[in-house]
Design a protein around this ligand. Structure first.
Ligand code: C5P
Length: 307
């Protein structure tokens, strides 16, 4: 049996640059893995079946689940149609939250089954397959702190030296946001300001590459945090507005933003101890606002096979 840890991510920066000819948005992002992880286990089966079970009844374990889509893609590419696996998912990352939980599970399936079936694909090959399945998936294979361009699949690793920072993550468990809806709404509202053309895109990428706060991330020069989808999602989603207001009211937080297409929001702290202290101190307010909270360290890696 093989066990794999699949961490969530937050967006320290999500900038919508423009539209691509494939209909996706051209993005400039900084993604950061955090210590809130699902766990997957993989076992060989004698038949050629791929089966998935999950401890969370709210999650579909049908053919559309990214874990099974990843498993089928990997098996199809291998040419060994007799390969089978029984997969179990222990869910900890909230669903539909903007934390790439589904993408990280799919990335974990590529990494776990590559090892279980002895296929010998390199991490770069797995990242290419991941890009076929979802925009955030290559990042989830690599993890840590990365610049992500294109749809999100062009990765440039950043120095992993920010490890003392921590995030207080909050989410209303009754609310989720559809990523296609968020991008569609962004297009409706902002398309007239979108940049056009590769030269303009590259200028913004270069500005992000040379941003002072990224070299390296540290608490005395905290990330300004930018998420262009926040301006689109927050006006339509009361849970995002109340989460942002609450996090902004916490003293000692360095910066506050929504993650991905929401509705999760987070505050950055200089270290895990002060993050946990804020979570304890603000527990009554979080409860009253109906927000679940997690204090998370930052991680320097993505999906990982456990010993
Ligand atoms: O790639 P992924 O499945 O995560 O994307 C979900 C949806 O979000 C896409 O179908 C698209 O509508 C939108 N999207 C986008 N531009 C991106 C990433 C996602 O428009 N860079």
């Amino acid at each position: 049996m093989i066990s794999v840890t699949a961490p969530a991510k937050v967006n320290l920066h999500l900038e919508v640059l423009g539209l691509r000819s494939d209909g996706f948005h051209e993005l400039a992002m900084v993604m950061q893995s955090i210590d809130l992880s699902d766990r997957l286990s993989f076992e060989n089966t004698a038949d050629a079946q791929l089966s998935l079970s999950c401890d969370d009844p709210n999650l579909s374990v049908g053919d559309d689940n990214l874990i099974l889509r990843a498993a089928r893609l990997l098996r199809d590419r291998s040419g060994f149609s007799e390969l089978g696996a029984s997969i179990h998912l222990e869910k900890h990352i909230p669903i539909g939250a903007g934390l790439a939980g589904g993408s990280s599970d799919g990335a974990a399936a590529l990494v776990g089954l590559n090892a279980l079936w002895g296929l010998g694909h390199s991490p770069a090959e797995l990242e290419c397959m991941a890009a076929e399945l979802g925009s955030d998936m290559p990042f989830c294979v690599a993890g840590g702190c990365q610049l992500c361009f294109g749809r999100g699949e062009h990765l440039e690793a950043l120095p992993a030296t920010l490890q003392s920072l921590a995030v207080l993550l909050v989410k209303d468990p009754t609310v989720s946001v559809s990523t296609p809806w968020a991008y569609k709404r962004c297009r409706e509202l902002n398309q007239s300001h979108y940049l056009a053309g590769e030269a303009a895109f590259e200028q913004r990428r270069q500005a992000l590459r040379s941003a002072d706060w990224l070299r390296p991330l540290r608490s005395d020069l905290p990330p300004p945090l930018r998420n262009d989808l926040q301006e689109v999602v927050a006006p339509q989603t009361a849970a995002v507005r109340s989460a942002l207001d609450l996090l902004k009211s916490i003293p000692h937080s360095l910066a506050v933003a929504m993650s991905g297409s929401g509705p999760s929001c987070f505050a950055l702290f200089s270290d895990l101890a002060s993050c946990r202290q804020a979570q304890d101190q603000f527990a009554p307010q979080l409860d009253r606002a109906g927000l679940k909270a997690w204090s998370c360290a930052l991680r320097g890696d993505g999906v990982r096979i456990e010993a």
